[in-house]
Design a protein. Structure first.
Length: 382
């Protein structure tokens, strides 16, 4: 049987990882250009970005400092494109979280410039992927854009990641775990060997996080912490690269996308919403798909997420007072035509999803336990 031609971006051209990999990267940056656009966003990392900009200056580069005003949105991208052109920039260096990295990648793609990503947390694998998510200026998810290639250089500096709040790591753990729960549903029956291998790698990733997440959160800088941050920031991206379009996101990310339509959730991190989405997807699989193992997986994940202080109820997401109309808005968006939710192997309508949202919260309240009170669960067999 002759395989169809398949082309997808698998990985950054080069990955530098470890302590002080930023400083090790400075000679390499000179090979990409001399006038980088240095993109960041958070006020919390502003002093860090100034220090890194000084490093670039000492290395002989002339950075143009730019700041993302919103999430990765078209209004910002148009302004940043003008700034890059006016500054005669020949390289984009994005330093920050997922929204900044997505904006930097997309900007570099549109300007046909080399792209360097420098994650300042392990909250997502955005520093790795050839994909950018687009939001409205208010923070509502609008869609994603496939890029021509992954970044030219990913600098995963452990000393920078260690400065991030522990909450970002917990969020990254939830986002990375979604790789298994979504890829196994959307691609588990694929005959493509690379897709099969990506799905199994997602299972290994999930198991490692279940075993080591607790220690990683408690012991920043430990060997377990290093393995977990690299699992979230690097391995999760590799799985998406290997699996390509057929290792799709499913309901967990669709629920995230729906939740972003409500302003009350905009203070909730990407992975925190995705983690709640995993619980909702498992509920859908149990009720609509008749998958009994989904119920077991959900019961195991609820105390695990709770111990990491991840949202497991609508109240945790800031939606305790949400109206029925607001929750329907979430569900309507998540179920819109073309949504990743429809990669589930059974149909789901907004009423089905609304019931799953509510029952996920009810199940947790009925369980009434915590990770500290419960025995450590075995990895889910789903």
């Amino acid at each position: 049987m002759v395989a169809h031609l398949s082309e997808h971006a698998i990985a950054p051209a080069t990955v530098l990882r470890g302590e002080d990999s930023w400083r090790e990267s400075l000679p390499r940056l000179m090979t990409f250009g001399r006038r980088p656009l240095l993109l960041g966003r958070s006020h919390g990392t502003e002093a860090l970005r100034r220090r890194l900009a000084a490093d670039l200056g000492q290395a002989g580069l002339l950075p143009t400092i730019a700041r993302l005003q919103h999430d990765c949105c078209e209004d910002d991208l148009k302004r940043l494109q003008r700034e890059a052109i006016e500054g005669c920039c020949d390289l984009v260096i994005a330093i920050g979280g997922g929204k900044v990295l997505d904006a930097g990648k997309l900007l570099a793609d549109r300007l046909d410039l080399p792209c360097v990503t420098v994650p300042t947390s392990a909250a997502t694998c955005a520093g790795w992927t050839a994909l950018s998510n687009i939001y409205s200026p208010e923070g509502a998810f609008q869609g994603d854009v496939s890029l021509r290639h992954c970044p030219d250089l990913l600098i995963f500096d452990h000393s920078l990641i260690r400065l991030a709040p522990q909450r970002t790591l917990a969020s990254g753990i939830a986002d990375a775990m979604a790789k298994w729960y979504e890829a196994s549903v959307s691609s588990g029956a694929s005959e493509d060997g690379m897709v099969q291998q990506a799905v199994q790698q997602a299972r290994v990733l999930r198991d490692q996080l279940l075993l080591e997440a607790d220690q990683a959160i408690r012991e920043p800088g430990s060997a377990a912490w290093v393995r977990v941050i690299e699992a979230c920031g690097l391995t999760a991206g590799l799985i998406g690269g290997l699996g390509g379009a057929r290792c799709r996101t499913v309901a967990a990310h669709a629920v995230h996308n729906g939740l972003t339509q409500l302003a009350a959730t905009h203070g909730i991190l990407h992975g925190e919403k995705v983690g709640f989405g995993i619980l909702v997807q498992l509920r859908l699989e149990e009720v609509l798909g008749g998958h009994r193992l989904a119920a077991q997986a959900r019961r195991q994940l609820i105390p695990f997420f709770g111990a990491l202080e991840l949202p497991v109820t609508l109240a945790d997401l800031g939606l305790a007072q949400a109206s029925l109309e607001q929750l329907r808005e979430v569900c309507n968006h998540a179920c819109r035509p073309g949504s990743d939710l429809h990669h589930l192997p059974f149909p789901v309508n907004p009423d089905d999803l609304l019931a799953a949202l509510v029952s996920t919260t009810t199940d947790h309240e009925r369980a009434g336990n915590s990770w500290a009170q419960a025995s450590r669960p075995e990895p889910p067999t789903l």
